[in-house]
Design a protein around this ligand. Structure first.
Ligand SMILES: Cc1cc2nc3c(=O)[nH]c(=O)nc-3n(C[C@H](O)[C@H](O)[C@H](O)COP(=O)(O)OP(=O)(O)OC[C@H]3O[C@@H](n4cnc5c(N)ncnc54)[C@H](O)[C@@H]3O)c2cc1C
Length: 361
């Protein structure tokens, strides 16, 4: 496995986490990231900068695969948050989950034993209009800071990067010396030639980013409306920015800001937790609006390896996929990166845990 040349397509949370871990934990790989967008860019085509982002696992009780990804990531992010001179944009917060109507079928989530200080809220702790709630210690990630941290770490470990236009086919990121491609193309896996995964679809999410005094908020909330559909949340970041949300519109691809929706988000957030607004302020200071497309996938995140033959370069190339994280890209990032590397190594060692695909490239 020496001197394998790896191209990672994508510099979102999936690509950067996988590329970093590969250089940190393995020897013998030269890793090169190719992407249209890199940390610092704000574009509707690039989901990661628009994430909340907090750890609030979506894994169901039966979905032990997703639970494992989220568990590994929770423990990893916790360590980063606790590290001395933490410059990752990650911090520990109190998470509150609210239900407007008492959930008759409620049972404690799988992470009850993972998240510190998990408990049900007492009646007197519930905001007006809320019938039930839980709280636990969770993690908030400032996506802009964390993505930049990962990129800097990657280059300091010897990784290289290349900005490209939007590729129309996976074979466009191959060079004669490429041995392995890790496909972390997010929502673009839907249309990218050589992948064109029909199971991938967007869930559009709109947010309003407001500026509060740094350290004013060290808690997040997530509320389910009585009608079951609408979600309302606020997530603080280490620099005092707070992300107010949200929307979750499946199969919607517009990245235009809807200002009526934004107004509704602010109203819903303040109605749930009026203490978002500091006592000495009469209104929130809006810094920017956000719209991002969550890269959802029927069947969940795709982590798979397949061999292909490049006709152009006359050689076998290993393709590893790591895309389709939906609304969980940050909270499962380390776990899915670890699993991608495991699948990659198994494929290189010839274990039968992958498909053999004779060439689309
Ligand atoms: C409003 C909102 C709130 C969210 N909140 C949370 C949260 O609280 N917690 C959480 O865990 N997750 C959250 N998410 C989900 C999270 O943001 C996504 O799961 C994650 O960002 C997906 O990352 P990615 O790396 O797969 O894709 P992206 O970030 O979109 O990165 C894709 C990369 O691939 C490149 N690329 C793709 N195709 C091509 C091509 N053909 N040519 C060149 N370059 C290409 C892009 O330029 C980019 O660099 C939220 C999302 C939204 C929208």
């Amino acid at each position: 496995m020496s001197n394998q040349r790896v191209v990672v397509l994508g510099a979102g949370i999936a690509g950067l986490s996988t590329a970093n871990l590969l250089l940190q934990q393995e020897k013998g790989f030269k890793v090169h990231i190719v992407a249209k967008h890199f940390p610092g860019d704000l574009s509707g085509e690039y989901t990661s900068p628009w994430a909340g982002a907090h750890w609030r696992s979506h894994a169901t009780k039966d979905d032990t695969r997703q639970q494992e990804f989220d568990r590994i990531t929770y423990n990893h992010l916790w360590k980063l948050a606790k590290a001395p001179q933490n410059k990752t944009g990650i911090m520990i917060i109190d998470e509150f989950e609210y239900w407007e109507r008492f959930p008759q079928d409620f049972s404690d989530p799988w992470f009850k034993t993972l998240c510190r200080e998990y408990r049900h809220l007492r009646k007197e702790e519930l905001p007006t209009g809320i019938e039930f709630g839980i709280t636990y210690k969770s993690i908030s990630i400032n996506p802009l800071t964390y993505l930049s941290y990962l990129l800097n770490n990657f280059t300091s470990l010897g990784g290289t990067t290349q900005r490209v236009n939007l590729l129309s086919h996976l074979n466009e990121c191959l060079e004669s010396e490429t041995d392995i491609v890790i496909n972390c193309s997010g929502i673009h896996a839907r249309t990218l030639g050589g992948v064109e995964d029909p199971n991938v679809y967007a869930a559009r999410g709109q947010t309003v980013i407001v500026q509060l005094p740094r350290s004013y908020m060290n808690w997040a909330f997530f509320k389910r409306a009585a009608n079951g559909g609408e979600v309302t949340y606020a997530i603080p970041h280490d620099d005092g920015e707070v992300i107010l949300g949200g929307t979750y519109d499946e199969h919607k691809y517009s990245t235009d800001i809807d200002y009526n929706t934004a107004k509704g988000i602010i109203q819903r957030c303040l109605a749930t937790r009026p203490d978002i607004l500091p006592n000495d302020q009469t209104q929130l200071t809006i810094k920017r609006h956000g719209v991002g497309l969550r890269p959802c996938r029927k069947g969940g995140v795709r982590i798979e390896a397949e061999w292909t033959i490049s006709k152009k370069f006359g050689k076998r190339i290993l393709i590893c996929h790591n895309y389709g994280h939906g609304g969980s890209g940050f909270e499962s990032s380390h776990g899915t990166a670890q699993h991608t590397i495991k699948v990659l190594k198994e494929a290189l060692q010839g274990r039968p845990n992958f498909q053999l695909l004779i060439s689309k490239l």
